[in-house]
Design a protein around this ligand. Structure first.
Ligand code: PDD
Length: 276
C-alpha cells in the first residue's frame, strides 16, 4: 500500500494534509476509483476523462493533462507493486486559509494505492439485498464530487437493515445506488436509468452496455419506478469495485426466484472477458 500527495509518494498513515485544505474543510474536490487487475488499471482512459470532466464542472484549474495523470497512476502502481487492488485519486482546490471564494493556490492531487481482496464469493453466488431510499442529493450527481454525505447516510441505513446497497429514488423513479448504477431485466431486456445530471455516468455502466451488445442482449435506457423494480425478472448493480453484482431482495421483497438471474450472470462473465 502506498500514498501520494502533491509530488511525493508517502506512507498511507503519514500526516500530510494541513487542517486548512479545501477538500477537508469544504469537500471542494473530485475523485476517481480505479480497479487494478494483474497490475493494469482497468478502463484508465475512461476514468481519467471523467476526472477531467469533473474538474471542469467544478472549475478546478488543473494544469495536469490526461497523460500526466496516466503517468502518475502507472508510476504509483509500479512503486506500490500493485497487482490486484484499487487506486483512489483525488483533486481538490488546494491549501488556503478557510474562505468560501476560490483561493489563488495550486490544486492538491493525492492518491492511495491499496492491495484489495476480490468481493466475497458469497455475494456473487447468492446475490445481495438492498433497500430503497429517497435520493436526497444535489442536482449535479454527474460530477464525481467529494461531497458524499447523502450517499453515506443512505448506505449506513442499508447496512443497518442488513443490506448491501441503498437504491436511490428521485421523483418516483430509480436514479442509482449510493455508489453504483442500478439495472433491471424484464422480458429479456436490460433496462437502466438514462444519463442525466442526476446520476453518475458509471465506467462499469459503459462496459456493461458493451458487454450486452456483444451478447446481443437488448439494452434500454429509460426511467423505471420502484414498483417495476420489485416486479423485475432480475436486478443488478454495477461499479468499479463490485463489477456486476446481482440484487435478489429489495425492501424485503424477493426479486423473481430470489437467486442471481441468467442475464446478470452472462453480463458478469462477459465483463470478465473485457478485463483480459
Ligand atoms: N463509486 N454512482 C455513484 C454514485 C458512484 O459513486 C459510483 C462509483 C457509481 C459507479 O461508477 P463506476 O462504474 O465508474 O465505478 C455510480 C465509487 C466506486 C466509489 O465512490 O467508491
Amino acid at each position: 500500500d502506498l500514498g501520494y500527495i502533491n509530488g511525493k509518494f508517502v506512507q498511507l498513515d503519514e500526516r500530510v494534509i494541513p487542517i486548512e485544505e479545501r477538500g477537508h474543510q469544504f469537500g471542494d474536490g473530485v475523485y476517481e476509483v480505479i480497479q487494478c487487475y494483474n497490475g493494469q488499471p482497468f478502463m484508465l482512459e475512461e476514468h481519467l476523462q471523467r476526472l477531467l470532466e469533473s474538474c471542469e464542472a467544478i472549475k478546478l484549474p488543473i494544469s495536469e493533462t490526461l497523460e500526466d495523470f496516466r503517468t502518475l497512476i502507472l508510476t504509483g502502481i509500479e512503486k506500490a507493486e500493485l497487482q490486484y487492488g484499487k487506486v483512489y485519486l483525488q483533486v481538490t482546490r488546494g491549501i488556503a486559509v478557510r474562505n468560501h471564494p476560490f483561493p489563488d493556490v495550486p490544486v492538491s492531487i493525492s492518491m492511495t494505492l491499496k492491495d484489495t481482496e476480490p468481493l466475497a464469493e458469497g455475494y456473487r453466488v447468492n446475490g445481495v439485498h438492498a433497500i430503497t431510499h429517497d435520493d436526497e442529493r444535489w442536482a449535479k450527481c454527474y460530477i464525481k464530487s467529494l461531497n458524499l454525505l447523502p450517499n453515506i447516510l443512505a448506505k449506513q441505513e442499508a447496512q443497518e437493515a442488513g443490506c448491501f446497497e441503498a437504491i436511490l429514488v428521485r421523483n418516483g423513479f430509480i436514479s442509482e445506488g449510493t455508489s453504483s448504477n442500478i439495472y433491471m431485466v424484464k422480458d429479456g431486456a436490460v433496462i437502466t436509468t438514462p444519463l442525466s445530471n442526476h446520476i453518475l455516468a458509471g465506467i462499469t455502466r459503459m462496459a456493461v452496455i458493451q458487454a450486452a451488445e456483444e451478447l446481443n442482449i437488448p439494452f434500454v435506457e429509460r426511467y423505471f419506478s420502484p414498483k417495476e423494480l420489485l416486479e423485475a425478472d432480475e436486478v443488478f448493480m454495477t461499479s468499479t469495485l463490485v463489477e456486476v453484482l446481482p440484487i435478489v431482495k429489495i425492501d424485503g421483497t424477493v426479486i423473481d426466484k430470489g437467486v442471481p438471474g441468467e442475464i446478470t450472470k452472462k453480463l458478469y462473465m462477459q465483463y470478465q472477458e473485457l478485463k483480459k
